[in-house]
Design a binder for this molecule. Structure first.
Ligand code: KG4
Ligand code: ZN
Length: 411
């Protein structure tokens, strides 16, 4: 980008100047996302306006398989991606020639699925000559609260350093975020993710995905904690006691959800879901969700204590200035309530607890376009030959550019 030609406008969320086009209008980036089962395209401007945000869902294909079927997902992305791009441009009233960059999820995610948004973005960038920006999907989830902060929502702007929980279908991460590009992993899952455990629990308890508008995790939440209390059922008087789920890795920085699911499998072996009363099923579903969330609460406590006592200047501790929670599971209202209660109980009543709005917690391309804009600002452009990555640590999200820039400085 020709920086000398660009003027600057104030961008409060990052307390840094964003560039504009030479005529002073904000920059525009198209974002594409297809790492799991949603095909997404969005246009975001450098004054943090989401001009369009298209999400084409595929759950009707996958529900029959009890989870995302990778080949069917890839094929559906191939059908839907051109439609999503067309719709995003039309809704934003933007032409390809108006764009300043093309961003896409480069990874991590299902290789064939990520290949669809990567291929579409590379073709658009090659044909239009616009800069190409291959974005780290989890970095995009982590930075979404900057896009959605005040005045777009009532949420405050996060201040570094903050703790980040990224809870999705593929990840369960507790991170320390020190800057837009510096993330340190404090805890990850030793087996499956919290989102996958919700998806499989919904499948095993035979809860229809439609209850959560196509998301099995949201369906489990709606079933376990119905917004309107259900009328008393005659079965309730005879319910057995709540199932007990143990907390894995107590007082350690490690998540695990496999044990919770094995415990559920054992319950269902004795009480098949087809013969269970709704009241009992609800009891089991809510005990499962409470146990899953209790684990998140406990890891936040251990993470806060660790960073505030063992990190930072000469290990005197580093003051954490907020907790940011994102990824699909962060749209769970029960989790939101529990985390606020936990921070308050730990004496952190003043600590900001920040969630993007639920529709921007789940996969979307607005977060990809936004991180694309942040990358464009720093001139971190990918070559047209860049390839998607199935696995990619968030600690390395911009490492390739950092290594190149360090080399250029020292030579
Ligand atoms: O971030 P995301 O949309 O996609 C991935 O990157 O994986 O997260 C999807 C996950 C799925 O496991 C989905 O069931 C779960 O988020 N999810 C929820 C809720 N909404 C989505 N889990 C619990 N409660 C919800 N309300
Ligand atoms: Zn995601």
């Amino acid at each position: 980008m020709r920086r000398s030609l660009l003027q600057s406008i104030w961008s409060p969320p990052c307390r840094r100047a964003f560039s504009t086009k030479p005529d002073g209008r904000p920059l525009l980036v198209l974002g594409l996302e297809s790492s799991a089962d949603d095909t997404c395209a969005s246009i975001v401007s450098s004054d943090r306006k989401i001009l369009s945000n298209v999400v084409l869902k595929q759950h009707k294909i996958h529900e029959a398989y009890g989870g995302i079927h990778p080949l069917h997902a890839q094929e559906a992305h191939q059908v839907n991606m051109p439609l999503a791009i067309k719709q995003a441009l039309e809704e934003a009233k933007v032409a390809l020639s108006d764009l300043d960059g093309i961003a896409f999820t480069r990874g991590p995610g299902m290789y064939g699925c990520v290949g669809v948004c990567a291929g579409a973005a590379k073709a658009l960038a090659a044909a239009s000559g616009k800069p190409l920006l291959g974005v780290h999907h989890m970095q995009a989830h982590a930075l979404t609260p900057f896009l959605t902060a005040h005045p777009n929502t009532s949420q405050p702007t996060p201040s570094f350093p903050f703790l980040t929980l990224l809870l999705s279908g593929g990840h369960t991460l507790l991170l320390l975020a020190r800057s837009l590009t510096s993330f340190r992993i404090l805890a990850t899952t030793h087996d499956e993710s919290i989102g996958a455990s919700f998806d499989k629990a919904a499948r095993d308890l035979k809860i229809p995905w439609a209850l959560g508008a196509g998301s099995p995790g949201a369906a489990l939440e709606q079933f376990a904690f119905p917004p309107l209390p259900s009328p008393p059922s005659p079965d309730e008087a005879t319910l057995p006691s709540d199932p007990k789920f143990t907390l894995p890795f107590p007082r350690q920085l490690a998540f695990s959800y496999a044990g919770l699911r094995s415990a559920l499998t054992r319950i269902l072996a004795n009480e098949p879901p087809d013969t269970m009363s709704d009241a009992r099923k609800r009891q089991v579903a809510s005990a499962f969700m409470r146990a899953a969330v209790r684990q998140v609460e406990e890891k936040v406590e251990v993470g806060l204590r660790t960073v505030e006592t063992e990190f930072g200047t000469e290990q005197g501790g580093e003051r954490v200035r907020g907790l940011v929670v994102s990824g699909g599971v962060a749209s769970n209202m029960f989790l939101r309530e529990r985390l606020r209660a936990k921070l308050d109980a730990l004496g952190y009543a003043d600590m900001p607890l920040i969630f993007p709005p639920p529709h921007l917690c789940t996969d979307n391309a607005a977060m990809i376009a936004y991180v694309g804009l942040l990358r464009l600002e720093r001139n971190r452009i990918d070559p047209l030959t860049v390839m998607q990555r199935a696995k990619w640590s968030i600690e390395e999200c911009e490492a390739e550019f950092e290594a190149g820039e360090a080399g250029a400085k020292s030579s």
